[in-house]
Design a binder for this molecule. Structure first.
Ligand code: TNX
Length: 488
């Protein structure tokens, strides 16, 4: 129990312990393709370190002692989409959920109940013992996200998949991909191929560029789906668009394409709001992405449009909202979109101002990513070798000690769709860099999104966090060993 992050809604320790042995198998009921896949995911997590060969078996009722049982049979409706009941007893481990997603979340709890060495890629001595416990759990918020900026620096399919694995381990369920910005356009468009071919050819500091093919994107979506993570693609506009403007002169009001940009200034670029070419681009790109995105949301950016007049901005956002809607998606945008008329289905993402309260007044829900808490690219302290500090230094405690229901005046619990940690990549070149800023702060945001507010306290959290040091190490995560935590 001590080591679980996010902290479960309820956990009661029981008598005895379950021992995972070479004879243990994973029984799933019903034996559908989807449940078998969840069982296989669990087996793949347990087999390398144990050296066992757990198998997945379709079941008809609870299996013989010594086994693991995952079922959606008689799942309580109160557990919702992602909740679960996990019972560890000396005879067996059983998980009951209303939906497969709940079983998947429970599998993460089960991994965390085992010794940290279970996450090792090579055979470890064991023994593989889980203390008996009953956990009844479900998330507080529906949206628990991690954002990765693949525009300032490009991260490809493999890195993004590793990032998804890390999100899933902490029960996060949204991967927001910031796909485009001034420095790079990172997704192919069949209608506008120069966006990626030219606009994706470089990165901050002149570092190597790159882009995702539509097939790469589909592969990422499928990988995320098997981890019950919804991909939310972002095309940032009308500002943050130099890469697009450089690729197609007709997107510029003066008809002249600017050069590519590799600096880190913001707020200087804008699609030409008066030109029809702009809306053809938006419609084509949103249509292509929507077709490959099973999730409900398309993120349209909308931040820091300092090169667009206020009236033009509102007109642009409202028209783009209509385009997103016409492709059967809900629009998400940074909090600045609150200046426009929003549909009740639209969502505003808070980062630094009081505009989220305006969005709420206009009937929209909000996602909270307060920069001083949830921006993972903020340096921990002045000695952090990566990151920025325009929103201050954000130590592990700062990123943990806040609550979505009280963070903003005019935004109450029922207005909050959830929370998201954002990682901007101006200063990041490798997955090790990503890890160093995301971990361990991402765990705190995951807990804020999942766990009940009552019972959350830094002094208790930092002890559970300490137990994740060896886990993160076994997973190969290059995390920051904050001096605020007495790492195990
Ligand atoms: C602000 S947050 C930005 C990004 C930068 C980030 C750096 C937001 C919506 N805009 O363009 O990358 O700060 O921390």
């Amino acid at each position: 129990m001590v080591g679980l992050i996010p902290k479960p809604a309820s956990a009661v320790v029981a008598e005895g312990q379950f021992r995972l042995t070479a004879e243990t198998d994973i029984y799933v009921e019903p034996g559908t393709e989807e449940l078998i896949q969840i069982g296989e995911y669990l087996a793949a997590r347990l087999n390398p370190a144990t050296g066992f060969a757990l198998e997945v078996v379709p079941a008809d009722g609870p299996p013989a002692p010594g086994n693991i049982y995952l079922t959606t049979q008689d799942g309580e409706p109160a557990l919702g989409e992602e909740g679960y009941l996990l019972m560890v007893r000396s005879e067996r481990v059983s998980v009951v959920a209303q939906q497969p997603a709940g079983l998947f979340r429970a599998v993460q709890t089960l991994r965390q109940l085992l010794p940290a060495a279970i996450e090792s890629a090579t055979v470890q001595p064991g023994p593989w013992v889980i203390p008996a416990i009953t956990i009844r759990d479900r998330p507080r918020f529906e949206w628990r996200g991690g954002m990765l900026d693949v525009a300032r620096h490009f991260f490809g399919v493999e890195d993004i998949q590793r990032f998804i694995d890390r999100l899933a381990y902490y029960k996060l369920n949204r991967l927001h991909l910031h796909l485009t910005d001034d420095q790079g356009w990172r997704i192919m468009s069949e209608s506008w191929p120069r966006l990626a071919l030219h606009g994706g050819s470089t990165a901050v500091g002149g570092d190597p560029g790159g882009y995702l093919s539509l097939q790469d994107y589909a592969e990422i979506v499928a990988y995320a789906q098997r981890r019950y993570v919804v991909v939310v693609p972002e095309i940032d506009m009308p500002g943050h668009t130099n890469a697009a403007l450089a690729s197609y002169p007709e997107l510029n009001c003066d008809g002249v394409a600017p050069p590519l940009y590799t600096g880190i200034e913001v707020g200087f670029s804008s699609l030409c709001v008066e030109r029809e070419a702009t809306y053809r681009l938006v419609d084509d790109v949103v249509r292509e992405l929507a077709a490959l995105t099973p999730g409900e949301y398309i993120h349209i950016g909308g931040d820091e449009a300092k090169a667009t007049s206020e009236a033009d901005y509102r007109h642009f956002i409202e028209r783009v909202q209509g385009i997103v809607h016409s492709h059967d998606k809900r629009m998400v945008g940074w909090e600045e979109i609150a200046q426009a008329d929003l549909l009740p289905t639209s969502v505003a993402q808070h980062w630094h101002s009081d505009l989220a309260a305006t969005a709420v007044k206009r009937g929209a829900k909000v996602i909270l990513s307060p920069a001083s808490r949830a921006y993972l690219d903020m340096q921990y302290d002045p000695s952090t070798p990566l990151g920025l500090h325009w929103a201050g230094f954000v130590e592990v405690r700062d990123s943990y000690e806040w609550d979505p229901a009280t963070q903003l005046a005019g935004v109450a619990e029922q207005d909050v769709l959830g929370v998201e940690a954002a990682l901007w990549s101006e200063t990041l070149r490798t997955l090790a860099d990503v890890d160093y800023l995301a971990f361990p702060r991402l765990l705190g945001i995951a807990e804020i999104g999942w766990s009940p507010a009552a019972g959350r306290a830094w002094e208790e959290y930092r002890k559970r966090l300490a137990a994740h040091g060896p886990r993160l190490a076994a997973l190969g995560v290059n995390f920051y060993r904050s001096p605020q935590v007495e790492w195990e």
